[in-house]
Design a binder for this molecule. Sequence first.
Ligand code: ARG
Length: 585
Amino acid sequence: MTSILAKLENSVSQALVAAFGTELAATDPLVVPASNPKFGDYQSNVALSLAKQLKQAPRAIASAIVDRLEVADFCEIPTIAGPGFINFTLQPGYIATLLRAIQTDDRLGIAKVKSPQKIIVDFSSPNIAKEMHVGHLRSTIIGDAIARLFEFHGYEVLRLNHVGDWGTQFGMLIAYLSSAYPEALTTANALEIGDLVSLYKQAKVRFDEDAEFKETARQEVVKLQAGEAGSRHAWQLLCNQSRQEFQVIYDLLNIKLEERGESFYNPFLPDVVSQLDESGLLEESAGAKCVFLEGFTNKEGEPLPLIVQKTDGGFNYATTDLAALKYRVEQDRADKIIYVTDVGQANHFAGVFQVAKKAGILPDKVDAIHVPFGFVLDKNGKKFKTRSGKTVKLKDLLDEAINRARTDLETRLQTEGRTETKEFIAQVAQVVGLSAVKYADLSQNRTSDYKFDYDKMLDLKGNTAPYLLYAYVRPQGISRKGNIDFQQLDADNKIILEKESELVLAKHILQFEDVIKEVEASLLLNRISQYLYELSQKFNKFYEECPILDAKEPIRTSRLILTDLTARTLKLGLSLLGIEVLERM
Ligand code: ARG
């Protein structure tokens, strides 16, 4: 409803056709928010892009377009600037109409999509018996936000946890535990995850140096794969142990996920290999079954294989992903499948998608997208580790953020001479600490490496969660102070945008829907955080310049509407990032 961009794009497209004929019907009208507010609110750069094709000067093209533009009902007369930019300024009356429309709508004017596609988001996906690490944390935060975005827009979203719960490591682990810690294989919760992780490491050492043990481990895999009851039970116990640990993190971060681990696809693996064989793609290389990839070569320029079955008959990570793709296309009927992992797996997914397309597993109409993210570094740009060089436990990392948020809050309460209950302090510290971690991640371009810095993410100033949460708290304070129920504001009240900061804020509020649409295409969530950060800044400017509760009617109500719309946009935007707001902090 509020998509101003769509409305302008339509108008420019129609004017293009009117001026130059239907050949230009599919030309991108290149409308974007104006880079400099001096020139208006939006601009189209299409005239410049058409100069070559139409063999005309861009300014002449721009003027032919402007002559045919029908935007009088919502824009001032468009102007041409510089080499041929077309500038648009929205009419205040139109802005007021849109604001009033979203004011009375729970969804802030953003309708659900009419024909919702089915979207699978494969994210988080830690591995059993191994520690869930910061890379999984990024995947969890980013994947959850992507899922939330599509859910809000009305898509049918399936959130899948592709847990690493299968493979030769279980044979090794079971073989090791049967002598080192037999209770773990028969009794629930006999181990802590920390122990499980270190036992796993010990098992691996033994596996690598002891041939006899290796053979025992191999036999354990065979038993497990054959479904032998004791092995199955032991495996279940180990999985449950890890699962409980993962759940602690998911509960803290409020993450909903459906577990469908690698083991789920185990029965389908032989069929996948046959299908590759039937498509004539399968080759043998050093005893392993593989598919050679196009466009992927090693240092010597030789084509690289995607290995699907090892010499010993075992299947690979890629085989499971091919089976998972097939299942998701055929059984889940997904239209779009999104995988959130670090950039290190980019080649893996490119290979899997290529092979799946060739084998007819992945039809053209289904979009498979790898959403890569960079590595987590410490604030000095080094690999993220504890002081003693160990990997950082996620629970410790989150607790530390919460503790620091609590210390910050207690200091602030002291300076402000406030006293608050223990519950209040605990609640605020938890929300601020966890939001800070999430927001610090989501406010970066995900493709870059990300520096984990507690001081920066908890700062009350700058593009941080605390700054945004604070911008939300302000309107709530106004409501308490003035005894205002935002839901009862008179929707027919005139919207008055006299002051520059009011107008700027109003226009920014109206861009939200366009930002959401943009992010659905780019899957770059930092665009949403950037938008929310600017919204907070614009609101703070407005708040400093324009008296609200002390203003006379109808200005007072008009400003309260702007205040409420800011808060609701912030709340909705943050909720899409998986961040909850506070009424006071
Ligand atoms: N378990 C894998 C890891 O820890 C991530 C799985 C990602 N999803 C997938 N379908 N391959 O790296």
